[in-house]
Write a protein that binds this ligand. Structure first.
Ligand code: PLP
Length: 354
């Protein structure tokens, strides 16, 4: 084995997802709301007719059509679907990697950019965000772009795990400076005020990536990439046939036909986010950062201990301490239901006082 598995792979540690059992799960940016009985019945009626003996529609055309109308995708742009946006990141890295090619992203950001660069043997450059406000450090970004001429740049907008949206002017400056491909990863678009979808016409080296995961359909695994035919017809060649299974296709079309329900949930999550941030800020020794996503990054004293004690009391958040120097003593909490948020706040206060 040692002789054959690539050294880069042997050195990787596997992406760890903790078992959650019956904990209050506020660690993975999931939408906390279930469908009601009527919705479930209507959905079961749809999947009842699935032909599981047949391969799925290879182009998932109904899914794409629905996405187009619900997500304001410009008519002149193409769509590629992925098994989650993680798969799209992988397709992009496979398509653009070559001898000496670089994938660049600010840090801290979504960890899969670095991991997938490693998977495909592409050089990865992480450029630290500004300390304090987690904005892009434009001096460093433009310098690293100049030095490495990256083939691929990923900008999470809003950013995970910091929750902020980078300055639009800064992103435009990057689009104008680099000759490589820039992916604006809008996984949290439903919770944000602004999108780069309308910039696709202006910048030929821009693609916008989205996912249904954070919106409320994490179990379906559906991500999509939007951009010009020129880029997408090349990247499409790397898509494995039938990567979007029949049940995902049927369920996505059904869910998007009922998009109003998800929209209402998102409105509630956004309101609860503001309330949760206010309440966190009141607690002594806690500092929060503004969020455009469905989670809040906050700093506390002895985050590791706070994390362990929350976990011991059945509340699961994400501990970011140790993952990046700028995230010392930081935790990330997903906005849950009002009841979950209340329990989280209560337990957190007790844990901190102790
Ligand atoms: C969660 C997340 C993704 C991955 O989403 P999937 O579609 O579930 O694979 C991509 N980008 C960012 C920034 C994320 O936070």
């Amino acid at each position: 084995m040692n002789n054959w598995i690539r050294q880069e792979i042997q050195q990787l540690s596997a992406y760890h997802v903790p078992e959650s059992g019956n904990a209050i799960k506020l660690d993975a940016m999931e939408n906390p709301y279930h469908w009601n009985i009527d919705q479930i019945e209507a959905w079961l009626e749809v999947v009842r007719n699935a032909s599981l003996n047949r391969y799925p529609d290879p182009s998932a055309s109904e899914v794409k059509q629905k996405l187009r109308s619900v997500m304001q995708i410009p008519d002149n742009m193409e769509i590629i679907l992925g098994n989650g946006s993680d798969e799209l990141i992988q397709m992009l890295a496979l398509a653009l990697n070559d001898e000496g090619r670089v994938l660049l992203a600010p840090e801290p950001s979504f960890v899969m950019y670095r991991m997938i660069a490693n998977f495909v043997g592409m050089q990865y450059i992480g450029v630290p965000l500004q300390v304090g406000d987690f904005e892009l450090d434009m001096f460093a970004m433009l310098e690293e772009i100049e030095i490495h001429q990256p083939a691929l740049i990923f900008l999470a907008y809003p950013n995970n795990p910091t929750g902020n949206s980078f300055s639009i002017d800064d992103i435009e400056a990057i689009l104008e400076t680099t000759s490589g491909l820039v992916i604006v990863d809008e996984a949290y678009a439903p919770f944000a005020e602004y999108s780069f979808m309308s910039y696709l016409d202006k910048y030929p080296n821009l693609l916008v990536m989205r996912t249904l995961s954070k919106l409320g359909l994490a179990g379906l695994r559906l991500g999509f990439l939007v951009g010009s035919k020129e880029w997408l017809e090349q990247i499409e060649k790397l898509r494995l046939p039938y990567n979007i299974n029949s049940l995902t296709q049927l369920s996505t079309v059904f869910a998007l036909q009922n998009y109003g329900i998800l929209e209402q949930q998102i409105q509630n999550i956004k309101l609860d986010r503001e309330y949760l941030a206010e309440q966190l800020d009141i607690i002594d020794g806690i500092h929060t950062w503004p969020s455009q996503a469905n989670f809040i990054l906050f700093q506390t004293v002895n985050a590791k201990k706070v994390f362990e004690r929350l976990k011991a009391r059945n509340v699961l958040v994400k501990c970011l301490h140790g993952s990046h120097p700028t995230l010392a003593n930081c935790l990330r909490v997903t906005v849950g239901t009002p009841e979950e948020n209340k329990i989280f706040l209560q337990v957190l206060e007790q844990v901190i006082e102790a």
